[in-house]
Design a binder for this molecule. Structure first.
Ligand code: PHB
Length: 392
């Protein structure tokens, strides 16, 4: 049995990009169907990013009471860069009049899912997309959780289905078509049940390598230290992990607690060669990946969606193709700035296996140029809190 359904925009992926796009489209009366391979429980419980730019929080505000970013999340007015035995605070409101919010991505996803379902969104979990086509009519060919074939016919298809996107090959021609860079290190990440060790995030460049002290809630903390990309997350004891972290943030005594999750995050930079072909576009991690050091991943997905929403409104409501024709260039403008910022933060804070003493001293010089100069600190604060978004 095959079920065929029709909608204006078929959205593959119920992550932040797909759900936010369905919300923005619905605000201008454009209906969509969102499908995701995962269950709602999986989506709502996978621990991902933690930092939202101010513009992202303002967009989530349009969910009304469904957004808990400002109530459950915490406003952060700065970060600390630590190196050569000292901490240096970057004061975001003082430099650029903006802030960021620490609000875990899975909490934002709970808000988005609840808001979309309350708004009558056709949102289907457990749907595996096999392929998409753009022949006479754009079509998504998928299997529902019970094995039945589902065909979605639409005016436009959006791939918001993450770094292993099934939609991407229909846009780029091959599954990997893009600009790509790998890094010779990864992050060893932990979640620990403990009170916060610092009020704001600490990004530390130490002789032993990078560490980041982040948070999730008053009782759960997220911390990372630089490791080998092939490291086995289960090879270290809890005592060894605390030893690694503590050595990398001299000057702060970390509050230890039980470690209940550990993972190794590989670092990649990727930008797809094409973001749109005909009536199919890709956004978010399907279109690009950044290393996590600049906290740009989810925020960049949101920026793609703001642009695509405007382009789809013009296309579907006014039959005006100009914005959709310009979508890729407009999105790539910000994507490459975010690629640079994420690469820059990464390269300034980590040690590479082949780094010489010259490289290490040059890095300290670079960090001093940032923290001792208002221009340098402002550059960081502008990028970290997020360049202005176009109106949604
Ligand atoms: C996190 O809390 O997971 C986090 C925060 C800041 C980053 C990266 C990750 O730059």
């Amino acid at each position: 049995m095959t079920t065929t359904v029709r909608t204006r925009v078929a959205i593959v992926g119920a992550g932040p990009a797909g759900l936010l796009l369905s919300h923005l489209l619905a605000q201008s009366g454009i209906d969509s169907i969102v499908v995701d391979q995962r269950t709602r429980e999986q989506i709502e419980s996978t621990i991902r990013a933690g930092i939202l730019e101010q513009g992202t929080v303002e967009l989530l505000d349009t969910l009304g009471d469904f957004s808990r970013a400002r109530t459950v999340g915490t406003r952060h007015n700065g970060i600390e860069l630590r190196f050569a035995g000292h901490g240096h605070r970057i004061d975001f409101p003082g430099l650029v009049g903006r802030s960021v919010w620490l609000y875990p991505q899975h909490e934002a996803l709970k808000d988005l899912i609840a808001a979309r379902l309350a708004g009558g969104q056709d949102l289907r979990f457990g749907v595996t997309v096999e392929r998409v086509e753009d022949n006479d009519i754009p079509r998504v060919i998928a299997k529902e959780a019970d094995g039945q074939e589902l065909i979605i016919e639409a005016d436009f298809i959006v791939g918001a289905d993450g770094s292993r996107s099934v939609v991407r090959p229909a846009v780029t021609g091959t599954s990997q078509g893009g600009y790509f860079r790998e890094y010779p290190f990864a992050w060893f990440g932990i979640l620990t049940e403990a009170p916060a060790s610092a009020e704001e995030l600490i990004y530390s460049n130490s002789p032993d390598g990078f560490a980041l002290i982040s948070q999730r809630s008053p009782t759960v903390q997220r911390m990372y230290f630089q490791c080998d990309p092939d490291a086995d997350p289960n090879a270290l004891s809890e005592e060894e992990i605390w030893g690694m972290l503590q050595a990398r943030v001299p000057g702060t005594t970390l509050t230890e607690g039980p470690i209940f999750q550990r993972d190794v995050l590989r670092f990649r930079s990727f930008v797809a060669h094409e973001l749109r072909k005909g009536r199919i576009a890709i956004v978010g991690d399907a279109a690009h990946t950044v290393p996590p050091t600049g906290a740009k991943g989810m925020n960049l997905a949101v920026a793609d969606v703001v642009l695509l929403n405007r382009a789809l409104q013009a296309l579907l409501l006014e039959n005006d193709e100009r914005l959709i024709d310009g979508f890729a260039d407009a999105a790539l403008h910000r994507i490459w700035k975010a690629q640079h910022f994420s690469w820059w933060m990464t390269s300034m804070l980590h040690s590479t296996p082949e780094a010489t003493e010259f490289d290490h001293r040059r890095q300290l010089g670079e960090l001093r140029s940032v923290v001792e100069s208002e221009a340098g600190s402002t550059f960081l604060a502008e990028a970290y809190t997020g360049w202005p978004l176009p109106a949604a």
